[in-house]
Design a protein around this ligand. Structure first.
Ligand code: BG6
Length: 483
């Protein structure tokens, strides 16, 4: 068989996402031989650039190690750049020609991947033009889309129906990069590849579940963009909700993408939308004794509209109304400008029934630490070693750094782009899944935007508003530690 040429079109090639994330990822995949041989790349954007100029924009993010220079040169030899407008058919015809150039000379079909790294305002026209003029004549065409997928149920439904009118579901790859993370992917294996967890995985044994995301930096001057969305859309409605699905779904009948996504949709359908009463909202303020960005509050970012009440921290309790989870609160908590970078799932088991230790036993917890320092561990009680008959808390600990020394975990984007080439949709968000995610959060978002409740101020570098700890306590989560 001859080679099948593959060409990736990076739409929005001159933008921020392209230079910081997409080109570096494509280069790492190229470097590691993870793309089909002779895969080529075409950048498309409005700015008139040469490939050399594009390269100069990307260089500082590409992390080229000593010894990789020749390969790096080779990577750029596979690159082209086409300047064009996002709404002119003729420009897309030129882009199509550039694709055809790469496909020419091969007797085989050519496949095309379009990565849409674009502002939402041009999503629709660009996809329409791709459909009209740039589809692979013989091979497959796949479209990668990045959030925001709309701002609420109505806007997202409009975008989805537009995309569905142009492409089949199996051509659409909606990225939620949390689905590309090692420990998020591990959730299914842990749950369904072991017999010790599944029998405990329900309301009989689990008291409460906390899924949290913390970041130690603020908007870093990009507050203007953030302010339109807020933390609920930025992190909770997508990343945390996806993790919730993988924690809470029933066992799918196979590992096929649609069987998994069917189960995720079922969980989402059972979730009651939270209201303002179920949420704590916060906004960070500067810490005068902090250094650098930490001195500045959210409202000090000149790109943030004066007096904005957009939350940069949110903690919400959601309930899954099904047989497995009746009565188990799921607490989703996320925030910027906090004390640390951490994303983790904490599954807290109920108190030991029939206690004989005078209340000394702490609750068991299964912790899946997504980042940094990937780990799975179980908090458990053990006898304090030695003469006494006392107990203490310890961990059954699978920390990756210790157990898998030297194993390099791929970046989420690398994994997901390889999946697109392989046609594997397991880790991508299906249209109905997205619609359910918006059904859950749209009422809350509209309530926030209508009533504009004043978010609780919290200091840059702190753990967030203490009210969020009260929310945990009210929802049967015993807070023991430092998370
Ligand atoms: C993005 C959010 O989706 O995820 C950002 O828009 C956030 O605000 C980022 O910083 C976090 O991703 P990661 O992989 O660094 O945890």
């Amino acid at each position: 068989e001859g080679k099948v040429p593959h060409v990736v079109g990076v739409m929005g090639a001159s933008g921020d996402l392209a230079k910081k994330k997409i080109y570096p990822t494509l280069w790492w995949l190229f470097r590691d031989g993870l793309l089909p041989e002779d895969t080529a790349f075409i950048g498309y954007a409005r700015s008139k650039l040469t490939v050399a100029e594009l390269r100069a924009k990307c260089d500082q993010y590409m992390k080229v190690a000593p010894g990789e220079e020749a390969k790096y040169e080779a990577f750029w030899k596979y690159n082209r750049y086409v300047a064009g407008s996002y709404d002119t058919r003729r420009d897309f015809e030129l882009l199509d020609k550039a694709f055809a150039e790469f496909h020419k000379g091969s007797s085989e079909v050519g496949n095309r991947v379009f990565y849409l790294a674009l502002p939402p305002s041009v999503f629709e026209t660009v996809t329409a033009h791709i459909k009209e003029t740039c589809m692979a004549p013989k091979g497959w065409t796949r479209i990668i889309v990045e959030k925001p997928f709309g701002k609420d149920t109505a806007s997202s439904a409009k975008l989805s129906s537009h995309l569905s009118s142009l492409f089949r579901e199996d051509q659409l790859y909606r990225i939620d990069h949390y689905l590309g993370k090692e420990m998020v992917q591990n959730l299914m294996i842990l749950r369904f590849g072991n017999s010790i967890f599944n029998p405990l995985w329900n309301h009989h044994n689990i008291a409460s579940v906390l899924i949290s995301f913390k970041e130690p930096f603020g908007t870093e001057g990009r507050g203007g963009y953030f302010d339109e969305f807020g933390i609920v859309r930025d992190v909770m409605q997508n990343h945390l909700l996806q993790i919730l699905c993988l924690v809470a779904m029933q066992k799918p009948c196979s590992t096929r993408a649609d069987d998994i996504r069917d189960e995720k949709v079922k969980v989402l359908k059972s979730i009651e939308p939270p209201t303002l009463n179920d949420v704590v909202l916060g906004q960070y303020v500067g810490d005068p004794s902090g250094s650098g960005e930490a001195k500045l509050g959210y409202l000090d970012d000149p790109t943030v509209p004066a007096g904005s009440s957009t939350p940069t921290f949110a903690s919400a309790v959601v309930h899954i109304r099904n047989e497995k989870w009746e009565g188990v609160p799921f607490i989703l908590r996320c925030g910027k400008a906090l004390n640390e970078r951490k994303a983790e799932v904490r599954i807290q088991f109920k108190d030991v029934p029939g206690d004989i230790f005078g209340g000394m036993a702490k609750r068991n917890e299964l912790v899946v630490r997504v980042q940094p320092n990937e780990a799975v561990y179980v908090k458990m009680m053990t006898k304090t070693p030695g003469m006494s008959f006392e107990m203490e808390e310890t961990e059954l600990d699978l920390t990756y750094r210790a157990r898998y020394k030297g194993v390099k975990l791929p970046d989420a984007y690398e994994r997901l782009i390889v999946d697109v080439f392989c046609g594997t949709q397991m880790h991508f968000v299906r249209t109905d899944e997205l619609a359910e995610a918006w059904r859950i959060f749209t009422p809350l978002l509209h309530e926030i935007e209508g009533k504009k409740p004043t978010p609780i101020p919290y200091k840059f570098g702190s753990r967030g508003p203490t009210e969020a700890d009260d929310l945990l306590a009210k929802n049967n989560f015993k807070y023991y530690g430092t998370y």
